[in-house]
Ligand binder design. Sequence first.
Ligand code: MG
Length: 370
Amino acid sequence: MEIKRVTLYHVVMRLKSPFETSYGKTVDRHCLLVKVEERSGEVGWGESPVDEGPWYSYETISTAMHVLRDYVVPWLLEKRFVEGPGGFLRLSQRARGHRMAKAGVEMALWDLRAKLEGKPLYRLIGGTKNRVDCGISIGIIGDEQRLLKAVAEFLSRGYKRIKIKVKPGWDTRPVELIRREYGEIPLQVDANAAYSLETSRPLRELDKHNLLMIEQPLDYDDLHDHAVLQSRLKTPVCLDESIKSLHDAKTALRLGSCRVINIKPARVGGLIETRLIHDYAQEMGVPVWIGGMLETGIGRAFLVAAATLENVRYPSDIGESSRYWEEDVVEPPWTLEGNGTMRVPERSGIGVDVLEERIERSTRAKILLG
Ligand code: MG
């Protein structure tokens, strides 16, 4: 592939309703969209779902723009010819970390390669399913009746499991309420690193509620304390923030820090690392699923493709476009089929049309390189 030009878009889109986690509330979603153009005129799209501030990750919209504009993209353009996403990853290794920034370009190159080969993205990465199971993630809703109403709505939409965000002071009570009202539905919680071993008593309480898993209960960087906690819980611990690479996944499974892994393709640097973690977990008999980051319809396409991998054994955090946006930036928008699944596009590339004029309308800054 001969890369001619790369365009970076800092996009800001208002969520239909604010999304709250243990680290704060998101009203406007910032992200970085990446368009790569090939000499032939074919284009590929990718997304770095970085936040405005360093909450979920140290990476922000500003750091991602900086690393891509000043280093990684110039390296790519200087080389011009890359054999694909793998070649890009090798040349981008000169810059340490910044996996979410690099993932935006890596994914755009996957889309481009799939289009050039005339294949759907999921097949190119070795996916085996033509439908993926979808779960929903519900932010912290301090009001009990509103929470129960939200759960009822998503169950009626067909989502195959409910996940709620928890934090100290909002953990056992919402789970008890949901269990009382809706019985043994597939249910899990996500703490986004809000507890420590010292404050983990509510997690031991949650152990009684037959949850599918407890996601990232302890520090975002920790593997050791999670192993201690997992040894005390019968509920599987699932790691999200702590797993940024295959190396982290190997260490976590050797230590016994978790029994499930949530792979977010952007968090680990793209689809190549996603595959490596997926394959290793499969070898070790550990199930994975695909997590979301409030992506636009572009980033969502990569979640859908990743969720077609064989060892994705739980429903993934892949909501419909209409759950997040009044208007998504792709056509058709992502929708659920009645049974809580999403159909995987068979068209080449990411399988949806990118609506550039909608992107332009939400663009706060645009950088053309090349
Ligand atoms: Mg999570």
